[in-house]
Design a protein around this ligand. Sequence first.
Ligand SMILES: Cc1cc2nc3c(=O)[nH]c(=O)nc-3n(C[C@H](O)[C@H](O)[C@H](O)COP(=O)(O)OP(=O)(O)OC[C@H]3O[C@@H](n4cnc5c(N)ncnc54)[C@H](O)[C@@H]3O)c2cc1C
Length: 439
Amino acid sequence: MKTPSVAVIGAGWAGCAAAVELARRGARVCLYEAARVAGGRARRICYRGQMLDNGQHILLGAYHGTLRMMSAVGLEPSRLLLRLPLQMRYPAGSDGMDLVAARLPAPLHMAIGVLRARGLSIADKLSLARFASAARWMDWQLNTDCSVTELLDRFDQTTRLTRLMWRPLCIAALNTVPERASAKVFLAVLRDSLGAGRAASDMLLPRVDLSALFPEAALVYLEKHGGSVRYGSHVRSIEAADEHWMVRTEAHTDTFSQIVIATAPSHAQILLEPLDPTLAQSLAFGYQPITTCYLQYPPELTLPAAMLALPEDPEQQDWGQFVFDRGQLDPLQAGLLAVVVSTSGGALEHGAEVLEQALACQLAKTLQMPALAAPLWAGTITEKRATFDCVPDLKRPPNATALHGLWLAGDYTESEYPATIESAVRSGIAAAEGVLKRA
Ligand SMILES: Cc1cc2nc3c(=O)[nH]c(=O)nc-3n(C[C@H](O)[C@H](O)[C@H](O)COP(=O)(O)OP(=O)(O)OC[C@H]3O[C@@H](n4cnc5c(N)ncnc54)[C@H](O)[C@@H]3O)c2cc1C
């Protein structure tokens, strides 16, 4: 096999995973990143002099590709991630529910968790058990895709369980409301959480910023293994020339034997349009925004848990879906809360200030802590194209293309997962494997 020279375009989690896998297996890699910070849609940002994330993220124990990549570049996932049992916990006294998987082997962890759960009637618990056993019987698969709402109707789920568990889970995992979300993709996520072994079902909360959680270590690894990194290098165009690929930035033109385009689909479209307009057209997705609102309180403020679900009611301007106590993850962020609003289009129409005030009031009311209504400061970060709209029967492109030596990587490529860190990482590894096979 000839040593391939490979350009990887984009240092998001997909590009970093592709670059590490290629370098680990002996390829010569040059990674181009338009921004000055690695991580793409899961990265560190500087806000009011503080290092924050562009949005609060949760990983799952089932993110095997991601955890393996973190270890491959010398990181210790157990130190960098807080591992919590699978849970859906609303604040006490909020008319929510409190379900935490037990520290027992599967499937006892869920069975005991459901039996012990507070805030659910017997009918709700039976409904949950019915869903889990029917889904397991179907091997968590559907022949014909439909919306999550249709799936829940088919399994005769109670209104309360749907409102308190299925709806927030669907919005958090797929960033698409259940009425429009793909049941197939939802089932794949549930298979690896509700239906998985105990460790795989755990929820993992980053203790460090998202760029430090993998992308930056990946780039250090790459440079140590003979690769190079070009930060602030926006790739303007790529061209095929004599069985090689030319990559042009403002400052350089370089030649490679193969290319991995690991940008978001809208950016990949721009690069692909002159080469293969049909392929470029196939990357035209709809998108959904995610907003994270940071609220800073005095450092002594702590919540009853690192992560809590919030009862959502847009008519009351209760837009928050989950709140994270960042101080329980990183002592340097004591008193900082991150409130997540997925599919945040409706909430954003009111403007950031109204949203921040409404979220602070929602927290004060739900947690029965009046002081939460008056944060020291608030800041809102919205990623308008956070993820693709995860609708039924969505066509996602494979990593291989009809263009010889040109590969796609990114959370949007063919996968049973929604747009997540794990689908991004797995796509990067798959694209790297394709490159090495073709070399
Ligand atoms: C607010 C928010 C919350 C989320 N929450 C979760 C969560 O809880 N759990 C989870 O698993 N996932 C979550 N996700 C999804 C997850 O962040 C993404 O699926 C993942 O980061 C996508 O990675 P990627 O590498 O495919 O693409 P990207 O992160 O978009 O990376 C593409 C990179 O390419 C670069 N680039 C683009 N064009 C060029 C060019 N021409 N030249 C050079 N570089 C270029 C970009 O700057 C970027 O760094 C969330 C996303 C957001 C935005």
